[in-house]
Design a binder for this molecule. Structure first.
Ligand code: C5P
Length: 135
């Protein structure tokens, strides 16, 4: 038996800011979350860094290349052993398209407040608003 505590598996989500707006993506599944909005992302694979996972997920979901930046907002515990974290993501190339979502939206601070965000992502609203209002 090892004394080293198991680390949580991580789900990463990307906050892409451009021109005073934030990119949101509308989920298609599961049925309970379909139609609600999130920061795009997904699960970090075994032996993958969160940074590499974010780049891979956003390539798969949005057809863009991003550079993973610093964390934004709090840790969101999804379940025992699974934590959701948001990172700033800088667009390096490509124009985001919804390969995996119903649609995308670039929102300003006021619009962010009116979007039907998934509950988990609502934890980040204060920091996202602060960043949008500073842009
Ligand atoms: O998108 P995916 O299903 O791979 O995400 C894994 C888990 O993380 C799901 O439970 C999903 O609802 C959650 N998630 C979230 N907010 C995000 C991205 C994922 O709550 N921005």
């Amino acid at each position: 038996m090892s004394d080293v505590p198991a680390r949580d598996r991580e789900v990463v989500a990307g906050a892409i800011f451009r021109g005073g707006r934030l990119l949101l993506a509308q989920r298609t599944s599961p049925p309970a979350l379909a139609g609600r909005w999130e920061l795009p992302g997904g699960k970090v694979e075994e032996f993958e860094t969160p940074q590499a996972a974010l780049a891979r997920e956003l390539r798969e979901e949005l057809a863009v290349e991003v550079r993973c930046g610093t964390r934004i907002g709090v840790d969101v515990q999804l379940s025992a052993g699974l934590v959701l974290r948001a990172y700033r993501a800088e667009l390096v190339s490509g124009e985001p398209v919804a390969l995996d979502h119903a649609q995308l939206a670039w929102v300003d601070a006021e619009e962010l407040l009116s979007m039907d965000l998934v509950d988990n992502d609502r934890a980040w609203i204060p920091e996202l608003l602060e960043e949008l209002r500073a842009l």
